[in-house]
Design a protein around this ligand. Sequence first.
Ligand code: FAD
Ligand code: NAP
Ligand code: SF4
Length: 703
Amino acid sequence: MPAMNPTPFPNLLNPLDLGFTTLKNRVLMGSMHTGLEDGRKHFARMAEFYAERARGGVGLIVTGGFAPNIAGWAKPFAGTLATAGAARRHRQVTDAVHTEGGRIALQILHTGRYGYHPFCVAPSRIRSPISPFTPRELSARGVERQIQAFVRCASLARDAGYDGVEVMGSEGYLINQFLVGHTNQRSDEWGGSYANRMRLPVEVVRRIREAVGPDFIIVYRISLIDLIPDGSSWPEVLELARAVSAAGATLLNTGIGWHEARIPTIATSVPRAAFTWVTRKLRDALRAEGNHTPVVASNRLNMPEVAEEVLARGDADMVSLARPFLADAEFVNKAAQGRRDEINTCIACNQACLDHAFANRIASCLVNPRACHETELRIVRAPARKRYAVVGAGPAGLAAATTLAERGHEVHLFDAAERIGGQFNMAARIPGKEEFDETLRYFARRLELTGVQQHLSARVDAAALVAQRFDAVVLATGVTPRDARIPGQDHPQVLSYIDVLLHRKPVGRRVAVVGAGGIGFDVAEYLAGGADLGAPSHTTNLAAWLREWGVGDPETQRGGVVRAQPEPPAREVLLLQRRAGKHGAALGKTTGWIHRTALKMKQVEMLSGVNYERIGDVPGVTGGAGHPGRVGLFVSFGEGRKDGTVLEVDTIVMCAGQEPLRELQAPLEAAGVRVHLIGGALEAGELDAKRAIDQGTRLAVAI
Ligand code: FAD
Ligand code: NAP
Ligand code: SF4
C-alpha cells in the first residue's frame, strides 16, 4: 500500500480531547458579530452561514455574541437569548451545523458600559470613551440578576442544541469592567480587592457549570493583555485563569485589548500571530502548576502554517481564527487536503466585516462577498456555455472571470499589465498591506483551477474584441488618476502615485502629497517610513512593531502598555487636502484611527482647507550637487484664499482621486457587442476592492 502523505499541519489537525467530548481538530472559529444575530428573519441565513463553515471542517464554531438580557445589548434590539421561544429559533442553526458534522457554541455577550443604548449598566457609573451612553451603576441585586441572566442564557443554549457556550470576559465588556479598578470603583463585595472584582466571572462560570452539567463546553474568553494604561496585572490574570478553570471552564480563549485601547490588535498592519507569546505565558504558568485546561490563541492567525507554528511552538493548545472563516469557509478542509494554495486569505482589512458591524450593516468579506450572503449568492452551473471576454485583471475582473468560469463558461481574461492584480499590486507595496499579495496568489490559483484563458501584457482594443465575437464583454478596466488641473503640474518634480508605487521613481527628502484619500494616506505612510529607501516593514518584524506601538510585557507592566517608540521618519511629508476638518474622515471606521496615528508617529504634517494655486520653480532655492533644486507648491487657505504661501519641497506626489477608464464601451456598443461594466470602470467615486469584487461576483452569478 503506498504511504499516505503526511500532512504539513499535524498539530492543527490533531483532535482535542476535552474529557467528555473530542473536537476533531484544533481550529476554533472565533466569535464575530455578523448582524445576522440581530433579527429573527436572518436565522435561516445564519444557519446556512455556519453550516458551510461546519462542512468546511472547523473543529468548533463560536457564534456572534447574544445578550443574556436587555441590559447586555450591544445596541437596541440586539440578538438576545433569554426565552424558550428564542431558544426554539436557534434550533435551525444548531441542527444545520450538526447535520454537517460540526460543533457549535453560543457566545454570551454582555456589553456593560459599551452598550450603545440607554439601558446599559456597569459596575460603576463611568461612561466609556466609545459610547455616548452613561451606564447605570448596578446594585448588588442587579449584579445577581446579571449572573442569573448569564446562567439562563447558557441553559437555553443547551436546550437549543448548542454544544457549549463562550462567556465573553474580555475586550472591555461587562465582565472585564468588573475586573479593572478604573471601571470598577465599588466598595461592596463586587469591588475593592481583586478577589471581589473577579467574583463576577467566577460566579458566572461556576453557576453555569452547575446548571448545564459536566458534559457541556464552557469557553471562557479571558483578557490576557488589556492594552489600556491601568489594566489587569499579570498576577491578576493568572489568578482569574486558575479560578475560572476551577469553576468549570473547559477552554480558556485569548482576548487581546479592550475596544477603547489605542493599539491595533487585528488590523492588517499587525504582524501575524502578534500576540500568541502572551497566550504562551498563560499556558506555561498553568502547566507549571499542573493545570491542563486547554488554552486557545487568537488574533492575526490567517493561514494554516501560521497556526501550525503557534501550536508546534507550544504557545497554545488550540487556535481561534475568526475573519479567516468569512474569507474562506473551507479553510480547514483545504489545509487538510494539501490545498493550502487555494485558501482565500483574510487580509485583515476590516472593510466588510468590522466596518459593516459598526455601521449596523450585515457583515461580509472583501475577498469573499458570499460570506453571510450564502443563501442569495449561489454559484450554480450555467444552463448553456457561453464565451465571455473580461478586460482588466484587477479585483473586479478577477472575481468576474473566475466566477464565470466556475459556472462553466469559456472565459478570456485580458490585461495590459504583465501580471494580474491591477491596483492591488500597488496596495501590496504599502508597509502593512503585504497581505494583499495573498489575494493575488489566491486568484492566480483560482484562474488556473477554473480554466480561465489568460492574455497578459495584452492591451486590447475594441476592434480586436469585436473580431473575436464574444457573447459579451465585461469591462473591468479600472480607473485613471484624476487630472487635478493645477497650473504647472507638468513640472518634472511632480509625480503620480503610480510613478512612485509602481514605477518606483526617486522621491526627494521633503515631499508634498496632494490629496488625503485612501491612496494619499498610503503614499504618505510609504514615503515617511522610507519603504522606497529600503526600510523594512514592521508588519514582518514583531519586536519592532511592539516597540513602535508601545506594547510591553504584561508581567512587568499593567495592561501591557509602555511608551511608544516609533522610529524617526525617513523624510518630511506634508499631506494636503482641500476640505476643512480632520484628515482621513472617510477612511474605515475601525482602521482610520490607526492610519492617522501611524502618520502622526512619522510626524507627517497635515494641512486642511488648502487651495492649490500653482506649481513652479522657487527662485533662489537650489539643492546640493546634482540635485534639481526645490519645486514650489503655491497654496492659499480657506474660501477667502488667504495666507498665500509657498511650500518648498523636493517632490510633489499627486493623489487627487480617480476617474473611470471605459474608453472601450462606446465603440463596442456601437459594434453591437453586449457590454457589462464593473469596478472602477463603472464608477470611480468611493471605489474600493470590496465593491469591485462584489460587483464582479454578482455580475458573474447573474448573467
Ligand atoms: P483596477 O484594479 O484598476 O484594474 C484594472 C485593470 O484593467 C488593470 O490591471 C489595467 O491594466 C487593466 N486594463 C485597463 N485597460 C485595459 C485594456 N484596454 N486592455 C487590457 N487591460 C486593461 N482598496 C481597498 O478596498 N482597500 C485598500 O486598502 C486599498 N488600498 C489601496 C492602496 C493603493 C496604493 C491603491 C492604488 C489602491 C488601493 N485600493 C484599496 C483600491 C483598490 O485597489 C481598487 O479599488 C481596485 O483595484 C479596483 O479594482 P478594478 O478591478 O475596478 O480596477
Ligand atoms: P479618494 O479617496 O477619493 O481621495 C481623493 C483625494 O483627492 C481626496 O483627498 C480629495 O479631497 C482630493 N481631490 C479630489 N479632487 C481633487 C482635485 N481636483 N484636486 C486636488 N485634490 C483633489 O481617492 P483615492 O485616494 O485616489 O483612492 C481611490 C479609491 O481607493 C478610494 O475610493 C479609496 O476608498 C480606495 N482606497 C481605499 C483604501 C483603504 O484603506 N480602504 C486605501 C487606498 C485606497 P479634497 O477635495 O478635500 O482635497
Ligand atoms: Fe478579512 Fe477583510 Fe474579509 Fe474582514 S473583510 S474577513 S478583514 S478580508
